[in-house]
Write a protein that binds this ligand. Structure first.
Ligand code: ZN
Length: 202
């Protein structure tokens, strides 16, 4: 940020509004020395003063930081590009997460099965058998809990009735019937209970 440019911009806008430094200071309830400091590029207005200052000078916060009026067209284009990029990054991250869910689910289930198998068919003392089963159950529960958490937050579920896409609560995902990642849940928008499909993009 160019403090000097911002200072000159504030001064220019203040003069356009036919305000003296003390007029502006009075409106903002601060000293005129502060205004003079901004205009000379010594310091920036503090965050609490900015909204009111912008309102008085009829500029946006974006304009203030840029030290000039930002072209609305460019502004929107930039914002749009940023939003698209953010959506793309989220989709990519969600895809990775869902892969991870598969791996966690697979590892937890197979470890569980192996431990139960060993506990059932290998000769050992009773306490060891019980311990293996308990450890197996803990790993299974932990893995499952984790996998469900991922499934809840990655991407969205789509209601087939009204096409609403949403992120459900952990509880509703955990306790719902499911076939793969398609779950029988209540749509928060239309309230109908139906098979909601997992989708990555909104
Ligand atoms: Zn719905």
């Amino acid at each position: 940020m160019d403090q000097e440019k911002i200072g000159k911009f504030i001064q220019e806008k203040r003069k356009e509004k036919k305000l003296t430094q003390s007029d502006l200071a009075e409106k903002l309830n601060i000293t005129d020395r502060a205004i003079s400091k901004w205009e000379n590029g010594i310091c920036l207005p503090d965050a609490g003063t900015m909204p009111e200052l912008c309102k008085i000078l009829n500029i946006s916060i974006n304009d203030l930081f840029s030290g000039e009026i930002v072209d609305m067209k460019d502004n929107e284009k930039k914002l749009e590009a940023n939003l698209l990029e953010m959506a793309r990054l989220k989709e990519e991250k969600d895809k990775q997460l869902l892969k991870l869910e598969f791996v966690i689910g697979y590892l937890a289930s197979s470890t569980f099965l192996i431990l139960i198998f060993v506990a059932s068919f290998v000769q050992m003392e009773a306490w060891l058998r019980i311990m293996l089963i308990v450890v197996g159950l803990v790993i299974f529960a932990f893995g499952l809990g984790h996998a469900v958490k991922i499934e809840q937050v990655a991407g969205y579920y789509e209601c087939p009735e009204c096409n609403y896409k949403y992120v459900p609560t952990y509880k509703s995902v955990l306790w719902s019937q499911h076939i793969g990642r398609t779950r029988k849940m209540k749509c928060p928008k239309c309230g109908k209970k139906s098979w909601q499909k997992k989708v990555i993009s909104k």
